[in-house]
Design a protein around this ligand. Structure first.
Ligand SMILES: *Cc1c(COP(=O)(O)O)cnc(C)c1O
Length: 242
């Protein structure tokens, strides 16, 4: 049983409908086209049956996972759902890149060249380029993964040369902040970094800002997010830690 004051309802259909309404309303306020905002359902800590439920409602096709082993098990259980688009959003060690290159459509958490180079080499030719975002440590927190802002242009210019990767943009997980204005500041910084990169001709087609989670969705959309990564607000509390 969930505590009575749990702020997230437990019904995946209601939750997805509510989120689409919210995204629509926030986009309107921001003068943005809601169709340019992808809802990525973050299913870490949730069983494969929850993913299937979301899928069968008809519209949700993008799912995000953080842990490779857990993701591979669910992908096996859901192998009949061939048009799911899988996003890897968790920390990625060099020794895990092969399976990620083979089994995913997107990686949001690239933060070093060595990982990018391995994903490039290991991407099966039959699957087309792997979409990647660079994870940026936007609050310069010592404990957080992600590349420092100052190192971003050099890394982006190297990764854009890798033929089996399609560098799409930037991702961040800002420090948790209750206040909307403070949330917006971190996301605005990521948006500025993307715009700066786009001044380089080779990086001009970067089009993705992966930012915003259940508790900072509004701030992220107001600042230009193109992929919001939502777990708890769709699926309720996670059933395994993560
Ligand atoms: C878990 C996770 C999310 C989703 O978080 P919620 O607060 O459950 O919406 C989004 N992005 C990343 C990188 C995550 O690890």
């Amino acid at each position: 049983m969930l505590p009575a004051n749990d702020k997230y309802m437990h019904n995946i259909a209601d939750n997805l409908n509510r989120l689409h309404r919210q995204i629509q309303q926030i986009a309107e306020r921001a003068g943005r086209d809601a169709d340019k905002i992808q809802l990525l359902a973050v299913s870490k800590g949730q069983p494969a049956t929850a993913i299937r439920t979301a899928y069968e409602l008809g519209h949700q096709r993008h799912f995000g996972e953080n842990y490779l082993q857990e993701a591979l098990e669910k992908q096996r259980a859901l192998a009949d759902l061939t048009d799911i688009c899988w996003h890897f959003i968790g920390p990625l060690q060099s020794n895990k890149t092969r399976k990620v290159a083979e089994q995913f459509d997107w990686v949001h958490s690239v933060d070093r060249y060595r990982v990018a180079e391995r994903l490039n080499t290991q991407r099966p030719a039959t699957r087309g380029p792997l979409n990647v975002c660079l994870q940026v440590n936007i609050d310069s927190e010592a404990s957080k993964s992600g590349i420092a802002v100052a190192a971003l242009p050099t890394l982006a210019e190297k990764i854009i040369e890798l033929p089996h990767l399609n560098l799409r943009g930037l991702m961040c997980i800002p420090r948790s902040q209750p206040d909307l204005q403070r949330q917006r500041m971190a996301f605005a910084q990521l948006a500025t970094q993307l715009n700066t990169l786009r001044h380089s001709t080779r990086l001009a087609r970067l089009d993705t800002l992966s930012m915003g989670m259940s508790d900072d969705l509004e701030a992220a959309i107001l600042e230009g997010s193109t992929i919001v990564r939502i777990g708890t607000a769709i699926f309720g509390p996670r059933q395994t830690p993560g």
